[in-house]
Design a protein around this ligand. Structure first.
Ligand SMILES: [Zn+2]
Length: 58
């Protein structure tokens, strides 16, 4: 039932680090381009606000 979830202007986004669902708004705020490399599940809010979700380093 969710086979089309990643097409085109997708509305379902995933954290590249842990695979959790994140909102498009979250990606815009904390990610880079169309990817986000961290979310509230795998980063602390301090890490998020430090911009750690905007790049894929580890
Ligand atoms: Zn995550």
């Amino acid at each position: 039932m969710d086979t089309h979830r990643r097409r085109g202007s997708q509305t379902n986004w995933e954290c590249e680090r842990c695979g959790s669902s994140v909102s498009a708004r979250f990606v815009r705020v904390f990610g880079k381009d169309r990817s986000v490399y961290g979310c509230v599940d795998c980063l602390s809010s301090k890490q998020l606000f430090n911009g750690e979700a905007s790049h894929p380093d580890d």
